[in-house]
Design a protein around this ligand. Structure first.
Ligand code: F6R
Length: 600
């Protein structure tokens, strides 16, 4: 979702801003822009479409040592040049980029800006016009900025420049992510560290309702009351090469291939010197104190949560409910007496999940975040964090984060069980090692999955995924992967549920991808396949070694039955990848989607 960059220093800012925006492309956007300021004034360049389109209109001859930039994922107003950021005030004195949603923008327009001619349909323009209005009334810029922020209801990460002041970028944040990066003789602003790794790895986190005055020499953080706050920077433990595609044609393929490595990294990060898995004692105490666990997540992370429920209930014997974050806030179930909340989020920034976290913290409950991004909002605001150690995930379609989430929840379940003296009849380190090897075999079978994808999906308009138990949950994820990147309408169903309505959609040639990795339901899922085949469906059965039958399209290596989702999802990720490729879709940046969904 929208991304922000800013630079103030001694070098020309254009290339730094454009490169920064390129690193934010993965978040999803539909237009982009930059504004740079020099002694001749502000130059704004913005364009609908890709950063490459923006690059082509930037005037190379304009040199400026400061500027701000933005990628926009449309919320208020269609994707267009007019609605793209930066936005300017009526006299063009102030120029602003914004990430987030201002809920009361209409009211503010009515109450304060009746006479202003708006050029865009965005909520953002209200902010920049308000600042100018208050300055025109005699306020200092900082005071006008502060006054404006005090009127805003909603979420924002903002960077503002003033034509009359080439020394300062004004920054503020509430609910939307924003960092300030520190350099020698320059400072930067970015939605995430990746955008500015090109120039620094020293970053300062910002908290909600903070203002930052950024000059090339100094970064001053204040609260809304004007009190200065001191905070130490941290070193972003990211390697610039982690965020490069290398020789891969797409990030998604690279990230699918990284899964065996991620499994091994997770084992390494959670193992102690005695080769035992370990988790912070306070997290295990919180697990043991809970009479019920509530997993809250969205999208792929929700699907990982469904598998996590099975792992925690079967291994650690604690009841678990899994909820979609965007529903939970206003549709809260009757909670148990001692709940523990687990938030699963690759980005750690998902606004729907964050809204629930704020709510349950206010209710006085403990929360654990499982995330890939250290220092992310959900990590900072929860009581405890478990990291995925999956490395940056750039492709919009989540792959390695899903398997990492499941592996970390397996470790959490195992360590909790042992702390409760519940016998665990498998060695998880050994089993995850087997999983890593099996993933490698699957990643080496790409040609076969390309072939399956071509055979089953090249002409279809829809596709159904079926499975029972844990396979059903993986089917949901397989369907999400396929629809989000190939735009084939795909749905996952519990094998036994299809005949209660959806079977009406089966016609001659409809592809059905069935998972058969669970011994106890192997025969029943095959029965469900027969039901659809006799109505014309074209079945692709993916089974596990030991359960295979002649009609199967692919047999995955055998792993522990609780860990099969880590393996069975890989063919589905690859089938989705090739289906998107065959249809000439933009695999890494599918239409309408954002990597980090920072609005509710
Ligand atoms: C799908 C996908 C999304 C995310 C969802 C939650 O491939 O990536 O469904 O899983 O937007 O995001 P996080 O995990 O960052 O909270």
């Amino acid at each position: 979702m929208c991304g922000i960059v800013g630079y103030i220093g001694n070098n020309d800012s254009k290339e730094i801003l454009l490169k920064g925006l390129e690193k934010l492309e993965y978040r999803g956007y539909d237009s982009a822009g930059i504004a740079v300021l020099n002694e001749s004034g502000v130059s704004v360049f913005k364009e609908k479409g890709r950063i490459a389109d923006l690059r082509s209109i930037v005037d190379e001859s304009v040199m400026a040592n400061m500027g701000i930039g933005h990628t926009r994922w449309a919320t208020h107003g269609v994707p267009s040049k007019d609605n793209a950021h930066p936005h300017q005030s009526a006299t063009n004195r102030f120029t602003l980029v914004h990430n987030g949603v201002i809920e009361n923008y209409d009211l503010l327009k009515r109450d304060y800006l009746k006479d202003v001619n708006f050029v865009s349909e965005t909520d953002t323009e209200v902010i920049v016009q308000l600042i100018e209005r208050f300055v025109n009334e005699g306020m200092e810029v900082l005071e006008a900025f502060r006054k404006t922020l005090s009127l805003l209801i909603g979420s924002y990460a903002l960077a503002l420049i003033d034509r009359e002041n080439q020394d300062t970028i004004y920054v503020a944040k509430n609910k939307s992510p924003l960092l300030v990066g520190l350099g020698n003789g320059f400072n930067v602003v970015a939605s995430d560290a990746m955008a500015m790794l090109q120039v620094t790895n020293q970053f300062v986190e910002l908290m909600d309702k903070e203002i930052v005055i950024v000059t090339k020499e100094k970064v001053t953080i204040q609260n809304l009351a004007g009190k200065t706050i001191s905070r130490d920077p941290y070193t972003a433990e990211l390697d610039a090469s982690d965020i490069e595609k290398g020789t891969y044609p797409h990030y998604m393929l690279k990230e699918i291939d990284e899964q065996p490595l991620v499994m091994r990294k997770i084992i390494q990060m959670y193992e102690n010197d005695q080769n035992e898995l370990r988790i912070d004692q306070e997290i295990i105490e919180a697990m043991n104190a809970a009479d019920r666990i509530y997993i809250i997540a969205a999208g792929t992370s929700y699907h990982a949560g469904l598998v996590g429920k099975q792992l925690i209930e079967k291994v650690a014997k604690i009841p678990v409910e899994v909820h979609v974050a965007s529903e939970f806030g206003y549709n809260m179930p009757l909670l148990s007496e001692k709940p523990l909340f687990i938030f699963i989020s690759q980005s750690g920034e998902t606004a729907d999940s964050r809204a629930v976290l704020v709510q349950v913290k206010e209710m006085g409950y403990h929360a654990l975040t499982i995330t890939n991004v250290p220092g992310s909002t959900l990590s900072r605001e929860a009581d405890f964090t478990l990291l995925l150690h999956a490395g940056p995930e750039i492709a919009v379609a989540s792959t390695k984060a899903y398997t990492a989430q499941i592996a970390v929840m397996a470790i959490l379940a195992e360590v909790t069980a042992k702390s409760r003296n519940i016998p665990v009849d498998f060695d998880l380190v050994h089993e995850l090692g087997i999983v890593a090897n099996a993933m490698e075999i699957l990643c080496d079978s790409k040609e076969l999955f390309e072939h399956i994808s071509r055979e089953f999906l090249s002409v279809t308009r829809n596709c159904f995924f079926i499975g029972r138990g844990i396979d059903y949950y993986v089917g949901l994820e397989g369907a999400l992967k396929l629809k989000e990147i190939s735009y084939i309408q795909a749905e996952g169903f519990a094998g036994g549920e299809l005949k209660h309505g959806t079977i009406a959609l089966i016609e001659e040639g409809t592809p059905i991808i069935a998972l058969a990795t669970q011994e106890n339901v192997n025969l029943s899922i095959r029965g469900n396949v027969k039901e659809v085949v006799s109505r014309g469906a074209n079945p692709c059965i993916i089974s596990m070694k030991g359960l295979e039958m002649d009609e199967d399209s692919f047999v995955i290596p055998e792993v522990h039955e609780l860990l099969t989702p880590l393996i069975s999802v890989v063919p589905l990720q690859l089938i989705a990848y090739y289906a998107a490729l065959h249809r000439d879709c933009d695999v890494d940046k599918p239409r309408n989607l954002a990597k980090s969904v920072t609005v509710e």
